[in-house]
Design a protein around this ligand. Structure first.
Ligand code: ADP
Ligand code: MG
Length: 214
């Protein structure tokens, strides 16, 4: 399985992505690096089917990721840069809803949600309303929610930006575990330590791919 971008260009007034072609293979963690504003979030959004490319395509095993609505296919899970959590729900509920939305029974979803929070060291925060949490704690809830569904493709947008070194290492280990079970894992980051921990690396600058190494 692989996620493949071919000649992806995205124009809104100006060109945010310019003819980007690359492959994200299953079983590997791929870093997507680049300075702020280089197009990382835009690229992940197109890869995950949240945005339609102006030209070119993003395909998972030959099937277009864009469904025509901006709703991602069920094969995709996200850790978004803005977290996308529901502030008035508890941490556990925020994780649990990702499973319930995929048809998992509530009790079972809650159990898996607890386990996912534990993976990120925040089992004790399950009952807390998300709006009371710190930025780093919210980021870990967002990680738990992205990881809990066991998706074929996990797209994580700067998932460690608010974390200390210890928690960053936890998230990196969990990203590796997702790849080890065969998922396509992509991590947008501008942290060299995160890039170093990935198997593959692509870099963006001003919407263009600048490097195809490792
Ligand atoms: N919907 C939009 N309309 C216009 N400009 C946008 C839009 N979304 C993002 N941008 C701009 O596109 C560039 C790339 O943004 P982004 O993909 O968020 O970069 P990164 O994630 O690397 O910081 C930035 O200059 C940003 O301001
Ligand atoms: Mg971004």
């Amino acid at each position: 399985m692989s996620l493949e971008l071919s000649g992806v260009t995205y124009v809104v007034g100006r060109t945010l992505l310019d003819d980007v072609s690359l492959t994200f293979p299953a079983g590997k963690v791929t870093a997507l690096s680049g300075p702020s504003g280089s197009g990382k979030t835009t690229l992940l959004s197109i890869a995950g089917g949240l945005l339609q490319p102006t030209s070119g395509s993003a395909e998972l095993d030959g099937v277009d990721t864009w469904t025509g609505t901006g709703d991602p296919r069920p094969e995709f899970a996200f850790v978004l840069q803005v977290y996308g959590l529901v502030p008035i729900l508890s941490a556990r509920e925020n994780v649990s809803v990702a499973l319930r939305a995929r048809g998992v029974a509530p009790d079972e979803a809650d159990e898996h949600a607890e386990a996912a929070l534990a993976r990120f060291g925040i089992a004790d925060l399950g009952e807390r309303q998300v709006e009371e949490l710190s930025g780093g704690q919210m980021q870990r809830v967002a990680c738990a929610r992205g990881f809990v569904v066991g998706a074929d493709v996990l797209l994580a947008d700067e998932p460690t930006s608010e974390l200390d070194e210890g928690n960053r290492a936890v998230v990196l280990a969990e990203l590796r575990a997702e790849a080890a079970r065969g998922a396509v894992v992509v991590v947008a980051t501008h942290d060299p330590a995160v890039v170093e921990a990935c198997d593959l690396h692509h870099a963006l600058d001003e919407g263009r791919l600048v490097q195809m190494v490792r």
